[in-house]
Design a protein around this ligand. Sequence first.
Ligand SMILES: [Mg+2]
Length: 712
Amino acid sequence: MNIDPRGVRSFWIELPFTVGIMSLALFIRLAIAPVSAGLQYVTFFPAITLAAIFGGYRAGLLATAMGVGFATYFFIAPYYSFENEGLKIVSWSNLVFIVDGFLVSFSIEAMHRYRKKSEAELAEIKQSHLQVSRLNSELDEMIRLQRETEQELLISATAFEAQDGIMITDSSGVILRVNQAFTEITGYSSEEAVGQTPRLLKSGRHDADFYAAMWECIKRTGQWSGEIWDRRKNGEVFPKWLTITEVKSFDGNSVHYVSSQVDITARKASEDRIHNLAFYDPLTQLPNRRLLLDRLRHAVSFSLRDGRNVALMFIDLDKFKKLNDTLGHDIGDLLLKQVAERTCTCVRECDTVARLGGDEFVVLLDGLGGSLHEAAAQAKQIGRKIIDVLNQTYYLAGHEHQSGASVGIALFDEHCRTADDLLKQADIAMYQAKKAGRNTLRFFDPEMQASILARVALEKDFKEALLKENFYIFYQPVISNGGRVAGAEALVRWRHAIRGIVSPADFIPLAEETGLIVPLGNWVLKTACRQLADWSSRDDTRDLTIAVNVSARQLKQEDFVATVMGLIEETGASPQRLKLELTESMLVSDAESIIIKMNLLKAAGITFALDDFGTGYSSLAYLSRLPLDQLKVDQSFVRNIETEESAVVICAATINLAHNLKLKVVAEGVENEAQRKFLSSVHQCDFLQGYLFSKPVPIDEFEKFIRNYRVL
Ligand SMILES: [Mg+2]
């Protein structure tokens, strides 16, 4: 321990401090006791004490000497000089004062030293305490680290036996350790694997470059991850996800390689399955709409870049729905599979055949060379080839089937800017082909587009007309065999604000497709019922019937019976005067529920006629099951009575058949006297309808016709 005996201050601070404090004591003494040297203790002694306390023992001794000097010089006569006489006088008191001064100075010094020593010891004790607590915390940290290490070891041991296969090799690749999962994945036990190298698992599916790249990556980054094909002990090649991590020693050298591996056989299989489901049609294994659109967009973007030609072909099978309805969906599916196979044989490697759903197939022809004209010729050639192969007879589980196809082709050119445009155009072209008859091929062109746009406009106007009831009914008289007006057929007409009268041939198919035929048909029914109610109060019209044409769509409505009955009740029309005309084609699907509805209406008194008889393909067996009252011979037969023998036979046979089934017959399209004579005089046709009597006319003209009509 090193304690400074002079206390805290240096000599050059002690000196002026001591002189100052002693001077202050002198002045105080001069002021309170100017002549007595014996009172040194009153002032000089406290000053010595203060000097010793604050300056140390040297200051105390200096102050003592100054006190002796001051007392002798200032307070012993003769004053202000040092003389032997004076010194003798105060020698005893000075001696005592000096001893006291020494004692005080050294006592205070001793106290200083003791205090400093105590402080130093205290600091040392504190230091020791600090050291002890530091050691304690170091010990705690060591214990904690040890526990952590133990925990980590435990985790490592558990991880080593986890689900991932783990293999540890030394720096030269010799297997040192494998876990249980490794054995389960590869089939090799620990005993079989240890001592070998990973070549044990090599499948031969990867070349030397693959492994070189893998090791290069490990050397550079310390790790490699990726999919790899390996071989199990039983010889089976399987995919796994492998991660190799390099373990380095403190000096930076590779000492071990740890590889963890997961068998991804199941994952890959399900990935493939999901990919297939997402992009391929499960029935035909052809690309689906999504994949087609993807390839189409790709092809279109390439076309924009390098000017290659792209064509899109829409294929629609004729009569597919009918096949499904008659032979069932299983047979329909067989046809679709064969169509897929046959179509694929007609296209090139780079083309895509896709199935969008139902019987809609699309072919994407990519990279057609030459000019647009040449590309079109190439597409046409492929299209014709497809039509030809699809037209050949199909053998579907014992059923022989003949089918045709309609093909629409659109080329990517200045008229279409996107893949979606091209799809739309090919679709439009396909509909044009369908319209033109079976086994036809059509190209899209802008005029076709214009007619589509016109159709859209017509649809919009039609909806508006329906809201505003811009429709009205023409009545065409039906004349009985006896020459009496028996009633009329109600025929709807549309008066368009700009186009004038729109032909039913234009708007009825539109109404059918859009479903607007239902509200339109209901409106016709209601108007006819009102007319019947109106006629019932007048003698000349009381017995007239009105025949209303009912569409398939209308008839299929769940509430059709309720709607008709509601209209009859609302208008007060007699149900016996209302006749509903159905066509044969309606009966193809869902005949049972239609028969139920017909029977319900029939029970209420409503009668039924089968329209356009002879043009459809309904089975004659239905005729006896349907609650019909009349057959209407189609005008195409009536028109040809005079020229075609077959028309004569058909008309006669139909009338005969109807009469045998206890049905009345109406012949449509009677235009001249010869036809009338043949039908009603020779063959006893019950009713006639046609221009010979009157064309369809507005209600007031019809009523005028009744009043003026005389039996021919
Ligand atoms: Mg009709």
